[in-house]
Design a protein around this ligand. Structure first.
Ligand SMILES: *Cc1c(COP(=O)(O)O)cnc(C)c1O
Length: 328
């Protein structure tokens, strides 16, 4: 069954002691450029660095005692694993995280520091999933999926309750899309509050799995590429049950941005707001910076989904732009 608004409220109550109410920031330069107020929801300041904590906390807090005793298992491009590992440690639950070899070392280190056992095998998120399925059986662990789970979707949807508390007149939401747990949750919550609102999803153009799946009318596989938005890599699952139909119903469009535009988004956040966001979050700013006002309503909120940026990569981007731009 599709996640309901009621389940999103239940999630908010369940996870409130573990999750920060993240701040919202006025974006004066973007507001000027787009000719309407733009606010940014700073999930990069969430505990563990991303909104993924919300879904992970909702899923783990809903486990039976028996499941908690046996332990949990997750597969991830990094941020979901980090969130599950963090919540598992808080709750004293044994935790295994399956990652592909594509996941950068700095993300692996974070999960290990939270006491999770990390199994890094396979060349893609889909292959890491196969490994997880094997361990799930062999070790009797409970799988906590990164997006295609009603409890995870409900957890991510709690972001909209916080946005509506601060900006009840929001009419357009811009949100990064990978597997669609975030987009499904926030779109369901916002569209239930007001069906006239718009939800704009954004993905990177080199491997947008949900975008191609929506176009094809069914979940399709997309080869993984290297991207600055590495947390958006991975398929939506050929056996997708929840996020694909919800994104199709509630998200108005999925827009694509290039690697160069993502880089500009990262730089914009740092230059104009003094915040460090990762590539997956920067797709929101990258798209807003394209000035495509056709799709925008009068009051816009962009979700900056995470801040787990590799420092080396960030310093490379900074150096590159210091050399090419005279401004700063
Ligand atoms: C996982 C993730 C996303 C995408 O979320 P989905 O629910 O998979 O669509 C966006 N940004 C960051 C930082 C993430 O970690």
């Amino acid at each position: 069954m599709e996640t309901t608004l009621k389940q999103i409220y239940q999630a908010r109550k369940r996870i409130s002691h573990m999750v920060r109410t993240t701040p919202m920031l006025h974006a004066p330069m973007l507001s000027d450029q787009l000719g309407r107020p733009v606010l940014l929801k700073l999930e990069n300041l969430q505990e563990t660095g991303t909104f993924k904590l919300r879904g992970a906390a909702n899923a783990l807090l809903s486990l039976s005692n028996d499941q908690k005793q046996k332990g949990v298992l997750a597969f991830s491009t990094g941020n979901h694993g980090r969130a599950v590992a963090w919540v598992a440690r808080e709750l004293g639950i044994n935790c295994v995280i399956c990652l592909s070899k594509r996941v950068p070392a700095f993300r692996v280190a974070a999960m290990e520091s939270f006491g999770a056992r990390v199994v890094q095998e396979g060349e893609s998120q889909d292959e890491a999933y196969e490994v997880a399925l094997r361990l799930e059986k062999d070790e009797n662990l409970t799988m906590v999926k990164p997006f295609d789970d009603p409890l995870v979707i409900a957890g991510q949807g709690t972001i909209v309750l916080e946005i509506l508390d601060v900006a009840p007149d929001v009419d357009t939401l811009v949100v990064p899309v990978s597997g669609g747990g975030l987009a499904a949750g926030v779109a369901k919550a916002l569209k239930t509050a007001d069906p006239a609102t718009k939800v704009i999803g954004v993905s990177m153009d080199c491997a947008p799995a949900m975008y191609h799946s929506i176009q094809a009318g069914r979940p399709v596989k997309v080869p993984e590429k290297d991207s600055l938005a590495d947390a958006l890599l991975g398929g939506i699952g050929l056996d997708n049950r929840y996020t694909f139909p919800m994104v199709r119903t509630y998200v108005d469009t999925i827009e694509l941005v290039t690697e160069e535009e993502i880089e500009q988004g990262i730089l914009h956040a740092f230059t104009h707001h003094g915040i460090l966001i990762e590539g997956a979050a920067a797709v929101t700013l990258a798209w807003l910076l394209k000035n495509d006002t056709r799709l925008l309503g009068h009051r816009v909120v962009g979700i900056l989904s995470g801040g787990n940026m590799d420092r080396k990569l960030f310093s490379t981007i900074l150096t590159k732009h210091q050399q090419t731009e005279s401004g700063w």
